[in-house]
Design a protein around this ligand. Structure first.
Ligand code: SF4
Ligand code: SF4
Length: 321
């Protein structure tokens, strides 16, 4: 078993930084998706003078350090999502250049994703768990002098993952264990329990924060930008959010105001749930949520996704029984 002592963590980080560009994501509010799917990226540029198109530059290798288990799970799922309906090359060009290093004290039996995971042990040490071949090759190249301990020691020394013990996480996690039931309940709620969506429409501020901070939300818009001289045009893709008024707007003809498929907050906020719990289940057999809790934490209106789902589920079960 390879061990990294906590007091040598900074030396380890220095060494990582010499291998490739290093991003320490331990304190980050935004999820790691932004390194593969940036909030704004130029997909290609058109130069009017030379009449030439230039595509996006190839990214350099980079390392993400300190990713939580939930975010690792989200990246694994996002990898799956970005394959459909066609492989998203802008995402995978960056994803393929990344080394993911997770940080956790949580007990895990199944590899949750990432290339390497540092698992906290009780005596200020991390067990270095290699998850992928890519991670194994990287560590070999890094050639860091880890301490080696006999196998089996980690079982009694492992630190418990405290956040997972909170009531909120456990209940939300429990709901997601039956994505089919969640699909049925959320779908039913639009007509069967419209009061809840009326109530939320009165609370939601249309800010889009829940979408931006979610490690799984991946909707985007495409816009063309022209520089002031008019010589260069850039095609950009930008994060979008189904809770924003512009999201479902389509052209309505010259001189007409345009049409929106989701005019009100009620339709838009329900659409966010629909994508995660109805469409997500139909397309991938699971809900698009990893219970990271960011949407609840950063929502300025203090809307709690777990409370909403529990209320829908309770009502749904009463009606169906
Ligand atoms: S973060 Fe809260 S207020 Fe903002 S769009 Fe999401 S639910 Fe509405
Ligand atoms: S808890 Fe909220 S932010 Fe986190 S994955 Fe689920 S929907 Fe997204």
């Amino acid at each position: 078993m390879k061990i990294l002592e906590e007091k040598r963590l900074n030396i380890f980080l220095d060494k990582l930084g010499k291998q490739a560009q290093l991003f320490d994501v331990r304190e980050s509010i935004l999820p790691p998706k932004r390194y593969f799917f940036p909030s704004r990226e130029i997909t290609f540029t058109f130069d009017k003078k030379s009449k030439s198109l230039s595509s996006q530059k190839a990214p350099k290798d980079f390392i993400l350090f300190g990713i939580s288990l939930k975010d690792l799970e989200a990246i694994t799922y996002l990898d799956e999502i970005m394959q459909k309906p066609a492989r998203d090359d802008f995402y995978f060009n960056k994803r393929d250049k990344s080394i993911l290093i997770g940080l956790t004290g949580k007990e895990f039996n199944v590899a949750p994703g990432g290339d390497i995971i540092l698992r906290k042990l009780k005596n200020d040490e991390y067990e270095v768990v290699v998850v992928t071949k890519k991670g194994e090759k990287f560590l070999k190249r890094l050639d860091f002098p880890f301490t080696c301990l006999p196998a089996g020691k980690e079982e009694k020394d492992r630190v418990e993952y405290k956040i997972s013990k909170s009531k909120t996480m456990v209940e939300l996690h429990g709901l997601l264990s039956d994505p089919e039931l969640l699909h049925d309940a959320v779908k039913w709620s639009w007509q069967g329990y419209p009061e809840i969506w009326d109530k939320l429409a009165g609370e939601c501020l249309n800010c889009g924060i829940c979408t931006y901070v979610c490690p799984l939300c991946h909707c985007f818009s495409v816009e063309d930008e022209m520089d002031l001289s008019g010589d260069e045009c850039r095609r950009c893709r930008k994060w979008d959010a189904c809770t924003l008024p512009e999201f479902a707007k389509v052209a309505g003809g010259i001189g007409r105001p345009g049409h929106s498929f989701h005019k009100g907050v009620k339709e838009r906020y329900y659409n966010w749930f629909y994508h995660k719990f109805v469409r997500g289940y139909l397309e991938f057999g699971k809900s698009q949520c990893v219970t990271c809790g960011r949407c609840k934490k950063y929502c300025p209106a203090r809307i709690d996704i777990e409370e909403v789902l529990l209320e829908i589920m309770n009502r749904f079960k009463k009606i169906k029984n």
